[in-house]
Design a protein around this ligand. Structure first.
Ligand code: ZN
Length: 419
């Protein structure tokens, strides 16, 4: 029997299933927000902002907020990202070899190649039409596979093997001679549009395995895209619940393109968030400067839980474990934004939420990754703390976390919005 209320994690599983790409993650977030009374604003429209909940979407990034009191004191921003390492379909996908039809793909972000082999995969993404309309497509059934070479033909497979990303990761999707245009005709038909009107596409491979609870006591949870839909989903849940924030405006900002460096017109390095925040203050610079100085941001992303088979890879005094709650990520070199003021911000939020928490620090000889916290904090000049959920198998086609932790992360986000 599970020892905790599963409703949040069950809901996360549903969100992940509905969100195979950043575009779907924004659409599903929007659907949930609208069901809670939020209104979608178009960036090209004129914004009349009254008390209420709002959101806007740009190119796979979403910013949502609610004004509970029209005299805005500060912003409390929960940041996340919507994208995940995967394979992206090339502009001319139809290829093949030796009697097989294949799909040409590019590597998007830091993909551990081996985890994508011998899995049932599919494709999802967006099509942009001749008239500028964007159409989402999600083929929710097995379509592709990157087949492993049999062990008999590759006796060195267990001695470590490097795969060539150009020639050895190309998925198969059928037998016969490839025909130019066939794949996009298929995708257009799946989307219910005319292939001749598809003028652009962003299509990614999708890992189809269902999210699942693991272990004797089902205290673990496995799914694709835990990094970083757990944070996006936690932010949505907290924002919907954040009715009591006084003059602080709670904001969820979840960006596309984090896994490839955030440098796009919609990524964390873009002016997207700043533009939205300025519009909330009618572009009054004095009011904006005052409000930013009184604001705080929590950038949430997954982090590495201690691995039982490789404990030596982790800093001995700071070893987060699934089930122990969200962690603050500390780095003297500011790969994570977490100095003393930021640590106190984290502690206040966790205390308000009444949740357990942990601390993550990289080993000095293993520098580790970074995330949107230092980027957004620098861009906006807002006090920013990096937090996250400890997981195993980061960037794998199936990641693993503590089953209770996603709900604790949502509690932390609500603690940020309301402390
Ligand atoms: Zn991430």
């Amino acid at each position: 029997m599970p020892r905790f209320d599963r409703s949040h994690t069950d809901d996360l599983a549903a969100y992940i299933k509905a969100s195979p790409t950043p575009y779907h993650a924004c659409a599903e977030a929007g659907r949930r927000l609208e069901a809670a009374g939020f209104e979608r604003l178009d960036e090209t429209g004129e914004w009349q902002l009254e008390v209420g909940g709002y959101y806007t979407v740009r190119d796979g990034s979403i910013i949502a907020w609610r004004v509970n009191d029209p005299d805005i004191d500060g912003f409390r921003i929960f940041g996340a990202h919507t994208d995940t390492p995967a394979f992206k379909v090339k502009p001319r996908p139809d290829t093949g070899s030796a009697g097989w039809k294949q799909i040409a793909v590019e590597v998007y972000g830091g993909v551990p190649h081996q985890t994508w082999l011998d899995r049932d995969l599919s494709v999802a993404g967006r099509l942009v039409m001749r008239d500028g309309r964007e159409v989402l497509v999600h083929v929710d059934r097995p379509l592709l596979r990157v087949p492993r070479l049999a062990i008999h033909l590759d006796r060195g497979v267990n001695e470590g093997q490097k795969l060539n990303a150009q020639s050895q990761l190309t998925p198969i999707w059928g037998l016969g001679q490839p025909r130019d245009g066939e794949f996009l005709e298929f995708i257009a038909a799946e989307a219910g549009v005319d292939a001749n009107d598809v003028f652009g596409h962003d299509l990614f491979t999708v890992a189809l395995d269902e999210p699942a609870y693991l272990g004797k006591d089902e205290e673990l949870f496995a799914a694709w895209r835990l990094d970083n839909l757990t944070s996006t989903h936690a932010g949505i849940a907290a924002l919907i619940a954040a009715e009591d924030t006084g003059a602080n405006v709670p904001v969820l900002a979840s960006f596309n393109y984090e896994e490839v460096g955030s440098m796009t017109y919609s990524g964390a390095q873009s002016p997207f968030l700043e533009t939205v925040l300025r519009r909330l203050l009618a572009d009054d610079f004095e009011a904006y400067a005052r409000t930013i100085a009184a604001s705080a941001m929590m950038s949430s992303d997954t982090g590495n839980a201690v691995h039982p088979n490789y404990p030596e890879k982790h800093e001995p005094g700071h070893r987060p474990i699934p089930g122990g709650g969200p962690m603050i990520k500390v780095s003297a070199n500011q790969r994570y934004a977490s100095g003393a003021e930021e640590q106190a911000l984290f502690r206040r939020s966790a205390e308000k939420a009444g949740i357990p928490w942990q601390t993550y620090v990289n080993r000095n000889d293993i520098p580790g990754g970074t995330t949107i916290g230092p980027i957004s904090g620098t861009q906006l000049g807002i006090l920013t703390v990096d937090v996250g959920l400890p997981i195993l198998s980061m960037h794998s086609a199936r990641e693993l976390c503590g089953a209770e932790d996603p709900g604790l992360l949502a509690d932390l986000a609500l603690g940020l919005f309301t402390h």
